[in-house]
Design a protein around this ligand. Structure first.
Ligand code: AHR
Length: 493
């Protein structure tokens, strides 16, 4: 039996966990928007204005907080005017970037546009985050989108919005200025993007965009050269980085088929998210301040080799992916002073989605269960933790077997813990500042193998169970089965 120790320093506050850190991302790609969110007149599933009610119900229960749309790579090929006005008159366009895998989906119908997206955000109570087109658009198009969404006086664009059904402005706060502009978003070099960003962000701000998100990179050279050339860091509220793990830098197997080495390799890869945040933060601090420029990890998650453009980036979502997500969420909590927002890719049916659908039903993935278990952290204050645990060696670096994070509020302390060990139960003692008065807990995946994934038939079996936690010598003691995640509410006096 192993015995790990965790110390939660309730008085050592890091920062508030912005609700925006628990955000999501939906792109016009595969079955995310069309099929997963929007089904229009298809009456096999109840809809509200063409939007699937089953998807809405799951996402509202979870809490989406903020939702990034329409891409992704799609954003820099998207012209927002194509997606407003009478639906039957909207143009049909080739979805240039994503070959989508289904014959009928090569064409973008534009049935789901700005009004439909904002309606969906209202239904799931999410702040909309719009990514403007820099790669094939111009500043006028981007500033007009801001005006269309946000003006409440008598301009032609505000009137047009009213004619399209929205008298009140949409009050969109978050505006992405392009997406991956070093790649699919136009293949810019950092200096050219900096000059484009300055122009776009300036006009978008003047038109009413409250917060702008600049395209950053996990490659530090891009961030350094972009910020050096920009010279006006005030125009950047958030610098974006994208970090996927799985198919890109090493062999982690597939979503559901991996050997021991591949199993741990995924966790090693997932640790790169925290490292990318630290390195982007160091660069921001050279040219501006991380107090003023937050890091938006506006795409993250597991991406397995079987998810390719042929199948619309579809993959199963296993317990291993969900446990890896728990560790990444811990890393966000540890860096609550740096991370201003984050978007798991992608909400429905694509990559590490939280909801999957078929033509008749929607169900939650194991990753949904983790985000749900982590929801008490949202809006609470992140506090420092120290963990003494074992580690597994990988060819990248050692992977700590137990991952932890904690937040505090007036009601007490909330601690999340995951056991990444493939085969070993770990007993963990958790010491929280103060005298423990009451403890309750929930446990995920105790009865599952790491390769298990949810289907329409078995999804309920992934729900959390009560966790047995005892107190001994003032500490909370619990057993974490292999590949499991726990949430612990601790009241202290
Ligand atoms: O999420 C899939 C794609 O990954 C996005 O379109 C792009 O931004 C990233 O490379």
């Amino acid at each position: 039996m192993t015995h790990d120790t965790v110390r939660v320093h309730r008085c050592e506050e890091i920062d508030r966990v912005n609700p925006e850190i628990h955000g999501h991302f939906a792109e016009h790609l595969g079955r995310c928007v069309y099929g997963g969110i929007w089904i229009g007149d298809d009456d096999r599933v109840p809809t509200t204005d063409g939007i699937r009610e089953d998807t809405v119900e799951l996402l509202s229960d979870l809490g989406v907080h903020q939702l990034r749309w329409p891409g992704g790579c799609f954003a820099d090929a998207y012209h927002w005017r194509d997606g407003v006005g009478p639906r039957e008159e909207r143009p049909r366009r080739a979805n240039d970037f994503w070959a989508q895998g289904r014959e009928e989906a090569f064409v973008e119908s534009n049935a789901f546009g700005t009004e439909e997206f904002v309606r969906f955000c209202d239904l799931v109570d999410a702040e909309p985050f719009l990514a403007a087109n820099v790669g094939s658009g111009d500043p006028r198009e981007a500033r007009d989108w801001v005006e269309y969404c946000n003006r409440d006086d008598d301009t032609t664009l505000a009137r047009e919005r009213a004619e399209n059904g929205s008298e009140d402005p949409h009050d969109v706060t978050y505006w992405g200025v392009g997406n991956e502009n070093w790649g699919c978003g136009g293949k810019f070099d950092p200096e050219t993007y900096a000059n484009e960003f300055r122009r776009f962000a300036h006009f978008m701000r003047v038109a009413g965009a409250e917060e702008t998100i600049a395209c950053g990179h996990i490659d530090e050279d891009w961030n350094r050269r972009f910020l050096a050339e920009l010279t006006e860091p005030d125009l950047v509220d958030h610098l974006s980085i994208h970090r996927y793990f799985g198919r890109w830098d090493g062999d982690c197997g597939s979503a559901t088929d991996f050997d021991d080495e591949q199993y741990y390799r995924l966790f090693a890869e997932s640790l790169k998210v925290g490292r990318a945040i630290d390195s982007a933060a160091a660069t921001i601090d050279t040219y501006a301040s991380t107090d003023d420029v937050g890091i938006a990890v506006d795409e993250w998650g597991a991406w397995h080799p079987e998810a390719d453009s042929e199948n619309g980036l579809q993959q199963e979502n296993s317990v291993r992916d969900a446990v890896a997500a728990a560790g990444v969420l811990d890393d966000f909590t540890h860096r609550a002073d740096l991370v201003s927002m984050a978007n798991l890719a992608q909400t429905v049916n694509v990559l590490q989605c939280v909801v999957q659908t078929d033509e008749e039903a929607a169900w939650p993935t194991p990753t949904y269960r983790v985000l749900d278990l982590y929801s008490p952290h949202v809006g609470a204050t992140a506090v420092r933790t120290a963990v003494d645990t074992g580690a597994v060696e990988t060819d990248l670096w050692d992977v700590p077997l137990v991952s932890v994070s904690a937040t505090a509020d007036d009601d007490g302390t909330y601690v999340t813990l995951s056991n990444r060990s493939l085969d070993e139960e770990r007993t963990v003692s958790v010491a929280v500042d103060g005298e423990v008065e009451a403890v309750t807990g929930e446990l995920l995946f105790a009865e599952h193998d790491p390769a298990d994934y949810s289907t329409r038939e078995n999804a309920d079996g992934f729900a959390s169970a009560d966790l047995d936690a005892t107190t001994a010598d003032g500490d909370v003691v619990l057993d974490l089965p292999p590949s499991s995640v726990a949430g612990l509410s601790v009241e202290t006096v």
